[in-house]
Design a binder for this molecule. Structure first.
Ligand SMILES: *Cc1c(COP(=O)(O)O)cnc(C)c1O
Length: 380
């Protein structure tokens, strides 16, 4: 069976984990944590970075930093993972779901203005499959209506919008190092990126359980105590050590993943030309980071049959998100459910193909052949 995902291993992970154990300093914010945080700041120009225990935690920290009051509104795409919405709901805000674009699953920036009310405080775009949302349009709206932009960059490591690293365009950004992402911190992990100076001090306090411990360790204050809200968002050094072994190999990982993506594209574009399905479209302002390769089938029945046909031939190809605005939780907590036709179409028609470092060229060819066979066509 060809799995959908398989975490990359550089071989140095356990070496660095042993090194962390040998230092005897195992809790958070140690040597490897700082190494990873500095890497992101230097490579991508992020102003401030804090490792977290998950992408969800990084989003929750973003939501806490937005200082929301009950009744405040946060605009979120409906075609996303639960955490994008839940992080803000937990802070007492109302989530307003936005539709996807016709051309790709990202939030339709040109239709956002009609959703903005006097209660809107935040827009949280998700860079689906690591492909950028139209950030100039979103940042201009934020400027005009005095909103905070939180980028859910969970899938978007090493991807760019008009040359700017994703996660570094909005006021705050969140990455995930879950095992299904391009790199992992040993299964679970995340990163909070703070691009706006006004959130810098408070982010450290929330991270350190509501204390000013980080300032104390820098020597900025002579004792530390409880000063604000917070929680335990720091990962252990073992996880940071694992992540460091992956970061050292980031270029190699990215090159291979993009190469796999291009092989799929070349192997399947004749079927797109015949109208069998649509392939991902990358806007001029965006780059591809090889996070995901997907097809958009013509309808749910065809997608279901394609998934079954691949499965019968040993290939795991899963669909992805269900529309959040149609979830049981949202339906039972909300009085009005919006109509979001593009989102519903992606929920019904999108299917993802296996994508991981070790996937071989022969396996990619085999998968493309199986898809051709399903559509009654031969690989050209
Ligand atoms: C993976 C993911 C998350 C959650 O990240 P975790 O590290 O699993 O908590 C949030 N948003 C999106 C878009 C994701 O893909």
């Amino acid at each position: 069976m060809i799995p959908f995902n398989k975490p990359f291993l550089s071989g140095k992970e356990t070496h660095y984990m042993y090194q962390a154990v040998d230092t005897g300093k195992l809790s958070g914010n140690g040597y490897f944590t700082k190494l990873c945080q500095n890497y992101f700041m230097e490579r991508y120009g992020f102003k401030k970075c804090l490792l977290t225990t998950s992408g969800t935690d990084a989003l929750e920290m973003c939501a806490m930093l937005c200082d929301l009051k009950p009744g405040d509104e946060v605009i979120v795409p409906s075609y996303t993972f639960v955490s994008t919405a839940l992080a803000f709901l937990r802070e007492g805000a109302n989530v307003v779901f936005a539709d996807s674009m016709d051309s790709n699953p990202n939030i339709d920036a040109d239709k956002l203005e009609s959703l903005i009310t006097p209660k809107t405080k935040v827009i949280a775009p998700v860079h689906y499959a690591g492909i950028a949302c139209d950030m100039d349009v979103i940042m201009a709206l934020a400027e005009k209506y005095n909103l905070i932009v939180v980028e859910d960059a969970a899938q978007a490591i090493d991807s760019f919008y008009k040359g700017k690293a994703l996660g570094g365009v909005g006021h705050l950004g969140a990455f995930s190092f879950h095992e299904t992402k391009n790199i992992t911190a040993g299964g679970e992990g995340g990163l909070l990126v703070i691009n706006d100076e006004r959130f810098a001090r408070r982010s450290e306090i929330l991270w350190e359980k509501g204390t000013n411990r980080a300032e104390f360790f820098r020597g900025a204050v002579n004792k530390y105590g409880w000063v604000d809200m917070g929680s335990s968002f720091l990962p252990a050094e073992i996880n940071a050590a694992f992540l460091w072994a992956q970061l050292e190999n980031l270029d190699m990982i990215q090159n291979r993943r993009k190469n796999i993506w291009n092989q799929y594209y070349e192997g399947l574009k004749d079927l797109e030309e015949k109208g069998c399905f649509r392939l991902p479209q990358i806007p001029d302002y965006a780059t591809n980071n090889g996070h995901m390769f997907y097809l958009i089938c013509r309808n749910l029945e065809e997608r279901t049959a394609l998934i079954k046909s691949l499965k019968d031939n040993g290939v795991t190809a899963p669909f992805h998100y269900l529309s959040l605005h149609k979830s049981d939780y949202y339906q039972s907590h909300s009085s009005s459910i919006p109509e979001l036709p593009n989102c519903d179409r992606y929920a019904d028609c999108l299917v993802r193909l296996p994508m991981y470092f070790e996937l071989t060229d022969d396996q990619i060819k085999e998968i493309c052949e199986l898809i051709h066979r399903y559509y009654g066509s031969v690989l050209s």
